[in-house]
Structures are given as structure tokens and as C-alpha cells.
Design a protein around this ligand. Structure first.
Ligand SMILES: *Cc1c(COP(=O)(O)O)cnc(C)c1O
Length: 220
């Protein structure tokens, strides 16, 4: 096999290999290219290569960058992967095609209202605090069934669960835990795995991997 020409090709090849090893179809895994902090000039080459799924972690930054890019690439799919304040729910619903960080009742209520108002249902992931580290957000495992029920009641389409495991610890057990929680709650989506561990996450059932550094290089 020839060496991949670009970081995108390399990551895609790694995903394909992980899927093959896991006896999964490559199409079961969506690569979210995490472009946070990177300017449009850095994003453009991926768009030109045909990639369309991107992730940002701040509403305001995405509002500044994406409307212009979207005019030229209208089929872009934009995912919000960072923590969301309830007062930004309207903006998030207007701009994003998927929200990965739903983690509390107040946000569920705000998003439900925002979706009603906009007449637009945005699929969401419920973020779970698998490592029990409050600073990263995520709902406590014990509160997950309640929060899922509230989301359904508010008319929010729940695509699955998302997690950010603790740094510097083997992530596999946390991915396995998220996979089991999703199965227990009858959900198909598992948003897990970043540059350092997306192949492991795919082995353990990830449907969405969120990869920044491996595609764009280090953030400034
Ligand atoms: C920044 C970020 C990523 C991407 O991290 P990399 O290590 O650069 O791949 C993934 N998920 C979330 C929630 C992030 O904030």
C-alpha cells in the first residue's frame, strides 16, 4: 500500500482498518473533523478533499467561521461537541446539525424550547460523565435514565450517548461502559474516541469519532 497523501487519508485508512478488525462496516463510523481554533484556510483543504462532517466546541467561534464556508459547501454537517450554555440554545439549534453535549435538565428544557421555536429538530447526544470528573460536564450515570426521559418528553431526538474519558488513563474501560449504557437504554449512537484513541473506541462500538489534532496538527 502507498503512503497516504494527507492526514485525512491516513485517519480514514486507520478507521477502515479498525472497522475491519472489529468486523464492522466502515460506513458505521462517522469521522467528525474537529476544527476548533483552526481558521477557514486550514479547513478548506478537507472540504476540497470531499470531507463534510466537522465539529466545533464553541457556538460563537462556529458562528464566525461556518456561515461563509457553508455558502460554498452547503452540504456540510456541523456538530457541536463542546459544553453548551442554556442561553445559547437558540443559536446552537440554528447553526448545528447535531449537538453532542446535552448533560442536564436545564439544557434539555432550553433545547426543547429552541427546537419548538425554530421548527427544527436537531439530533442530540447525551453526554455521560463516565470518569466522574465534574469539570468536563456530562450527566452522572445514575441520572441518565431520567435525563433521557426528559429529552424525549421535550421532543429532542436522542441519537445516542457521548463521553470524554479522563486523560492519562487507559480509555478502553470507559468506552466499554458507554457502549453498555447505550445498549441498556436502547440507543444506537456512541460518540467516543479522539486523536489518541479513536481506533480503540471503534473496536468498542463508536459510531462517531471526534478527531482534531490528527487531522489539523496541534492547536495553537
Ligand atoms: C477538542 C475535542 C476533540 C478532539 O480532540 P483531539 O485530541 O484534538 O483529536 C474531541 N472531542 C471534544 C469534546 C473536544 O473538545
Amino acid at each position: 500500500m502507498e503512503a497516504p497523501a494527507t492526514a485525512l487519508e491516513e485517519v480514514e485508512a486507520n478507521i477502515a482498518l479498525a472497522c475491519k478488525r472489529a468486523r464492522r462496516e466502515t460506513g458505521e463510523v462517522t469521522l467528525i473533523a474537529v476544527s476548533k481554533t483552526h481558521p477557514p484556510e486550514a479547513i478548506e483543504p478537507l472540504l476540497q478533499a470531499g470531507h463534510r462532517v466537522f465539529g466545533e466546541n464553541r457556538v460563537q467561534e462556529a458562528q464566525g467561521k461556518w456561515p461563509a464556508l457553508r455558502q460554498r459547501y452547503p452540504d456540510v454537517e456541523l456538530h457541536l461537541i463542546g459544553q453548551l450554555q442554556s442561553n445559547k440554545a437558540d443559536d446552537a439549534v440554528a447553526l448545528f446539525d447535531c449537538i453532542h453535549s446535552v448533560d442536564r435538565s436545564s439544557l434539555v428544557k432550553a433545547l426543547g424550547k429552541a427546537m419548538d421555536k425554530a421548527g427544527r429538530r436537531v439530533p442530540c447526544f447525551v453526554q455521560v460523565d463516565v470518569g466522574e470528573e465534574e469539570q468536563k460536564g456530562g450527566c452522572a450515570i445514575a441520572e441518565l435514565p431520567d435525563l433521557l426521559a426528559q429529552a424525549r418528553e421535550a421532543g429532542i431526538p436522542v441519537a445516542g450517548l457521548m463521553c470524554i474519558p479522563p486523560f492519562d488513563i487507559e480509555p478502553a474501560p470507559f468506552f466499554a461502559l458507554l457502549d453498555r449504557l447505550a445498549a441498556d437504554n436502547g440507543l444506537t449512537g456512541r460518540s467516543m474516541g479522539m486523536s489518541g484513541d479513536y481506533e480503540t473506541a471503534i473496536m468498542l462500538g463508536a459510531t462517531h469519532v471526534r478527531v482534531g489534532t490528527a487531522l489539523f496538527g496541534q492547536r495553537g
